[in-house]
Design a protein around this ligand. Structure first.
Ligand SMILES: Nc1nc2c(ncn2[C@@H]2O[C@H](COP(=O)(O)OP(=O)(O)OP(=O)(O)O)[C@@H](O)[C@H]2O)c(=O)[nH]1
Length: 334
């Protein structure tokens, strides 16, 4: 439970806001009932039920996007209803809601909800003693919303930048090993569910250390970025390339197997041979390819591709070894 709270920002916000709302609203529900206003108490109780349902849904399904939106809707409509029924004292409840919406849903939806809530109270008008009070309320609510919007946009941009830094290799711009782990797990789960075939090609540039040593690191870096560009230009949109480490890459190919897979890999090898160069001549790569087996773990899948790559290197490099046919395709002379 603590692990989920620590790793899922929106779930932790939903839980915190849910708990605060329950603690904050419950005494008012009781008070309003005791003061002889059962209608207002019933509204508070409905809001509490809605918030609790949203929190439970978020925990059960992990779908914090929908539950966040639902909670923002409950909070805003609840605050507006309280304003209608209780009048002036009820208006104060809208302020925490105007801020909360930005934590629960996207800034654009939050702004829309906030504007609609403020307008609803103004059009109804019953909660205000005078037009001056109504316009003061509108102005202060708009300022609170604007500040929360600026803060939320900044927060969203920073989170996106952090996500990018954590998942993308800065040199080549392809996804890094961390994202690869997630994508391969998703591929394995999808294969179990739909029966779609998935191939994994482990690709390693040959004698890369020599290129670095003889021509410098910047030439080595250029070879790495050239390789990524060439693979990007010569694979399907659904294929995904990851930097596995150093000069090693993983290419994930969904929906291809058998002779088609051999053709795709053969074509890729030809393209790299023809176009990948350094100042001293052509650059080649070795490939280990494995198809995901039924019920196989991602670790075993990678290990089989790694074994195949090892065979390709041991067999003389610049070749493709398919783990599944246990046969080296000696394509050096092709
Ligand atoms: N330029 C550059 N070099 C890197 C980068 N990451 C790793 N390397 C280098 O890649 C080289 C990998 O060398 P090895 O593992 O010996 O592999 P190799 O020389 O390609 O030999 P084989 O794979 O057996 O053909 C090392 O010299 C690393 O310093 C990088 O981002 N840029």
């Amino acid at each position: 439970m603590l692990h989920r709270l620590r790793n899922d920002f929106r779930l932790s916000i939903i839980t915190l806001l849910g708990a605060s709302a329950i603690l904050g609203i419950t005494p008012f529900a009781v008070l309003r009932f005791l003061q002889g206003n059962p209608f207002a108490a019933a509204i508070d109780l409905t809001i509490l039920t809605g918030i609790s349902a949203g929190v439970v849904y978020a925990w059960r399904t992990g779908d914090t996007r929908r539950s966040g939106l639902f909670l923002a809707l409950v909070a805003c409509s609840g605050a507006v209803l309280v304003g209608f029924v209780v009048g002036e004292p009820g208006l104060f409840w809208l302020y925490p809601c105007l801020v909360t919406t930005f934590f629960l849903t996207s800034p654009r939806i939050a702004v829309t909800l906030n504007v609609l809530s403020i307008l609803a109270l103004m059009v109804h008008g019953g909660a205000f003693r005078s037009p001056v009070q109504m316009w003061s309320f509108a102005a202060t609510a708009a300022v609170v919303s604007a500040c929360a919007y600026v803060f939320a946009r900044r927060n969203q941009n920073q989170r996106r930048r952090l996500e990018h830094l954590a998942t993308v290799d800065p040199l080549t711009g392809v996804k890094n090993r961390r994202s690869m782990d997630e994508e391969l797990q998703m591929a394995a789960a999808n294969a179990e569910r739909t029966g779609l075939s998935y191939a994994l090609a482990l690709l390693d540039i040959d004698h890369f250390k020599k290129i670095n040593d003889e021509y410098g690191h910047s030439v080595g870096d250029q070879v790495l970025t050239d390789l990524v560009t060439l693979i990007d230009q010569n694979t399907r949109k659904s294929d995904q390339l990851f930097r596995y480490g150093g000069e090693e890459f993983v290419l994930l190919l969904p929906g291809v197997d058998g002779a088609d897979l051999e053709a795709v890999m053969g074509h890729l090898q030809q393209v790299l041979r023809r176009h990948m160069k350094h100042p001293g001549g052509p650059v080649t790569a070795s490939f280990g390819v494995a198809l995901l087996r039924h019920g196989e773990t991602v670790e075993s899948w990678i290990a089989r591709a790694d074994d195949a790559l090892y065979q390709a290197k041991a067999g003389g490099r610049d070749r493709i070894v398919f783990a599944d046919v246990l046969m080296a395709v000696a394509s050096q002379s092709a």
